[in-house]
Ligand binder design. Structure first.
Ligand code: PMT
Length: 406
């Protein structure tokens, strides 16, 4: 519930402006007060009356409109905001904000606000990947501006790629997180592994799996927002690193093994959500393997090290180690075996065959398993799962440290 919280929503002239209506409606259902500022271009896509009806407040467009009170409107809204959300945020709006340009009601109010700013970018892929936009994005991130999305998919212009505005439900979740963020991980070092590993067959072919990195990156984002110093050891993924997080990229399970043995000992909490390949090709070819017509190709695979087990063998006193178990059958039994074998404090079991769970999707259905027992969770976004895991990992961390002191 967001009772007493004030969200200012900037709507710019992107085709996704219609989705901002659902954002307002969802925020109002959570009892937030919402003031909408539209750019002139946005009013050509959605009528201000729609936002007025949904927010139950007048919509601001023109800086010089006479209003019902004697407040200087852009200053009063800038001060009243607990969060300033812009959805959709066009390339133009991001450029203006990065460079301090204030030439309409929205950009003027944004420049004046001290509230946390959250952008939901939406634009054509070419515009999103343009050097200018990416440089503006980096400038804004460095100043503490937060972003949600953009997602990848088919865009309104017919192109496919990054640039689609995140769904209203995700945007509202990001707003809630900003409004309710606790700083309970401040002073702690958290390392998260994420994504797949790739095992080379030859210079142009490899073995891998379906891990997108979404689960690991969601945990890392949650930990960073809760004040931890976060490192992600990441296989190849297509997700932007959360703000303020150090990324150590790896390719193969052997890379992951070496990176983890070097970096894990200094961490307070280690969460291993990556899906490392269990086998690698014994002798990857230096040159592209030529097709032999009519002949089968036999690859010999050798076992990779169990990284989590190796990290478990060097566990430091007071350190908390969390693993995942991706299972397709006997989920709990198999997960409990891994909990013990890898010397973990908690294992997060997910049945990767369940709808809305496991690889690639934005949600997961998990059971947190510790020595204390099983703690099954309902279907949640990966971000919410991340918070649950961190709550439990922090509880174990505090318990271990209380025991050490006692
Ligand atoms: O990335 P997403 O698309 O969001 O998907 C999320 C996920 C399904 C990948 C994630 O939720 C998950 O289940 N990750 C663990 C995948 C896995 O490798 O599970 P496992 O049961 O095979 O391994 C158990 C644990 O040992 C894991 O913590 C794994 O990181 C680790 N492991 C596995 C193999 C290996 N050689 N070394 C390891 O350290």
């Amino acid at each position: 519930m967001l009772t007493g919280k004030h969200v200012v929503l900037g709507v710019t002239g992107g085709i996704a402006a219609y989705k901002a209506c659902e954002v307002v409606s969802r925020l109002r259902k959570l009892h937030a007060e919402v003031d909408v500022i539209m750019t002139e271009n946005a009013t050509k896509l959605v009528a201000p009356l729609t936002f007025e009806t949904l927010s139950n407040r007048p919509v601001c467009v023109d800086t010089f409109t006479r209003v019902e009170s004697w407040d200087v409107k852009h200053i009063s809204l800038a001060q009243k905001a607990d969060v300033f959300l812009v959805a959709p945020a066009t390339a133009n709006l991001m450029a203006k904000l990065a460079h301090g340009i204030a030439d309409d009601m929205l950009s003027t109010t944004l420049l004046a606000t001290k509230a946390p700013i959250l952008l939901a970018p939406a634009m054509n892929t070419g515009m999103w990947t343009a050097q200018a936009t990416q440089e503006n994005l980096q400038t804004l991130l460095a100043r503490g501006v937060k972003t949600v999305g953009p997602a990848s998919g088919v865009l309104a212009c017919g192109d496919t790629g990054a640039g689609r505005m995140s769904e209203p439900v995700e945007i509202v979740e990001a707003v809630c997180q900003l409004l309710t963020a606790k700083q309970d991980l401040q002073g702690l070092k958290v390392l998260v592994t994420a994504g797949p590993t790739v095992e080379r067959i030859d210079p142009v072919r490899y073995l891998t799996n379906d891990s997108s990195g979404k689960m690991g990156y969601a945990i890392a984002q949650a930990a960073a927002e809760r004040g931890a110093q976060v490192t992600i050891v990441s296989g190849p993924v297509h997700i932007a690193a959360p703000q303020g997080v150090t990324v150590l990229p790896v390719q193969s399970t052997m890379d992951l093994y070496h990176t983890m043995l070097e970096n894990a000992p200094a961490q307070d909490i280690v969460i291993q959500a990556a899906a490392p390949a269990d086998y690698r090709v014994e002798n990857p070819a230096d040159q592209k393997i030529k097709k032999q017509d009519g002949e089968n190709l036999t690859l010999t695979l050798v076992e990779n090290p169990d990284v989590a087990k190796a990290v478990g063998q060097q566990k430091k006193p007071g350190q908390v180690l969390v693993g995942f178990a991706a299972e397709t059958q006997q989920v709990t039994e198999n997960a409990i075996k891994k909990l013990h074998k890898k010397n973990l404090d908690m294992i997060v079991a997910n049945d990767v065959t369940a709808e809305g769970a496991g690889f690639g999707v934005d949600t997961n259905i998990v059971t947190l398993i510790t020595e204390a027992g099983l703690n099954p969770q309902p279907k949640m976004t990966k971000r919410q799962v991340g918070d649950k895991i961190l709550d439990e990992a922090l509880r174990i961390y505090q318990e271990k440290h209380a025991a050490k002191q006692g």
